[in-house]
Design a protein around this ligand. Structure first.
Ligand code: SF4
Ligand code: SF4
Length: 434
């Protein structure tokens, strides 16, 4: 064990109810994780809670600490649990330290009491919605198999009414991936959100038919197909880049823009290495990542060892570096490697042409998407580098398209007062004439 690898900021996703949820979304890989703890009550004890907060604070050398709650469904713990968590944060707070509590919820149990608590304690809430009713209800169902759209929308309206900070997480699955604009416009115009995270569903089927481990080369029929993902994101990007830059925050697009600017993307899947985002189970077991909650990636239990030791262990370091070190040659030679980085290792299970390495299942989709956005991203990055606001790209693209449409004798779209053929059209005509 060594301490030398501890980064200044680590991120721990805590699952106080383990995989337990009040719903039964068909594609949820978390639900299968109950099998890892056969006789558990799936409730985080006060002992684990206090150790978690104390150790998380100790492991931080930066003043801002994110305390992230996830599930299963974390609201099943009740408000008192999170009230205690806030008190413990105050108890161990270092001078100058601030906390941001985040929670990912299905939204169905939110009421006025929850929302007042979130508002008073500055929680950032992520709410899961897969699109308009028929798309959302395709997989997001309760234990009776009934759609949850109305209950989720009620939860969302409650958050909005109480002015709680929130964002929307939308999975991209086999069904809604064919309706990109319907999904995006619903989230923007009807749900009224301005912050959207898209997560592709990739479920691997294990030999016993379960989805418990990241093993097996077949995927479920709920999983998004690579070309679906590429076209889903590209079509939404086209709508966003012409209308919504600076107004609607789409995490994948923001991360891409940062890569075109040569900055860190802010999304682990597009980083060169991983290993700084760990997952804490209800009983104190700490895993390498939320996507690898399985025995091979169990680092230890925080009652026996400190989070800082486990996060800095050789094993965790190797887990993180493997993302880069095990990149197949096809990725290393890829023209969009700078943006994609081979995406998440959990999706790397396609045999490469020579069968010697593992390529990302979503490769085709990511490559198509990054190629599709290259031209506008180059313009966007150029504008930002020259000090213009990002939203300026919408005017540039509109002008570009007006030039494309303009006839020789039309007024030039640049408002010079000259005919197009005597102004910007001159270059176009000259270029074509060559
Ligand atoms: S394994 Fe995937 S989800 Fe986990 S940190 Fe790495 S890239 Fe992110
Ligand atoms: S687009 Fe495909 S080949 Fe390129 S880096 Fe991503 S996964 Fe690798």
């Amino acid at each position: 064990m060594t301490q030398s690898y501890l980064p200044s900021r680590i991120h721990v996703l805590a699952k106080p109810t383990g995989a337990i949820c009040n719903l039964a979304c068909s594609y949820c890989f978390f639900l299968a994780k109950q099998a890892l703890y056969p006789s558990s009550r799936f409730r985080m004890s006060d002992e684990v809670l206090e150790n978690y907060i104390r150790q998380l604070i100790k492991a931080h050398h930066s003043p801002q600490v994110t305390v992230a709650w996830q599930g299963g469904e974390p609201t099943l713990m009740g408000i008192d649990f999170y009230q205690r968590a806030i008190e413990i944060q105050e108890k161990y707070r270092k001078p100058g330290m601030t906390f941001e509590n985040t929670m990912q919820t299905n939204g169905t149990l939110l009421n006025g009491e929850w929302c007042r608590f979130f508002k008073e304690n500055n929680f950032l809430i992520g709410i899961s919605i897969d699109g308009p009713r028929e798309l959302h209800d395709a997989y997001r169902v309760d234990k009776k198999g009934e759609g949850t759209f109305d209950r989720v929308m009620q939860g969302l309206r409650m958050l909005q009414k109480h002015d709680v900070e929130y964002n929307v997480l939308t999975t991209v699955n086999r069904v809604n991936a064919d309706y990109p604009l319907e999904v995006y416009r619903f989230l923007r115009d009807e749900a009224g959100t301005d912050w959207i995270q898209f997560i592709p569903v990739v479920e691997r089927i294990n030999e016993d038919g379960s989805t418990l481990y990241q093993k097996g080369e077949t995927i479920s029929n709920r999983s998004v197909q690579p070309e679906q993902l590429g076209s889903f994101l590209s079509r939404i990007f086209d709508e966003w880049v012409r209308n919504d830059v600076g107004k609607i925050f789409v995490q994948t697009f923001e991360a891409s823009a940062r890569r075109w600017l040569g900055m860190p993307s802010g999304m682990c899947v597009f980083e060169e290495t991983c290993g700084t985002g760990l997952a804490l189970e209800h009983n104190g077991d700490l895993y390498s990542c939320d996507h690898f909650v399985e025995p091979d990636y169990l680092l230890g239990n925080i009652i026996d060892e400190e989070i800082s030791e486990l996060a800095a262990s050789d094993r965790q370091y190797r887990f993180g570096q493997n993302k880069r070190d095990l990149l197949p040659r096809v990725c290393r030679e890829c023209d969009v490697l700078f943006a994609c980085r081979g995406e998440c290792p959990k999706n790397r299970f396609l045999a490469t042409a020579d069968c010697s390495q593992e390529l990302n299942y979503l490769c085709e989709g990511w490559k198509a998407f990054f190629h599709h956005i290259d031209f506008p991203m180059q313009i966007l990055a150029g504008l930002i580098r020259r000090g213009y606001p990002a939203a300026e790209i919408m005017r540039v693209l509109a002008l570009e398209e007006a030039f494309e449409r303009a006839g020789r004798n039309d007024p030039c779209p640049c408002d010079s007062g000259r005919k197009f053929k005597r102004c910007h059209g001159l270059r176009k005509i000259t270029r074509k004439g060559r």
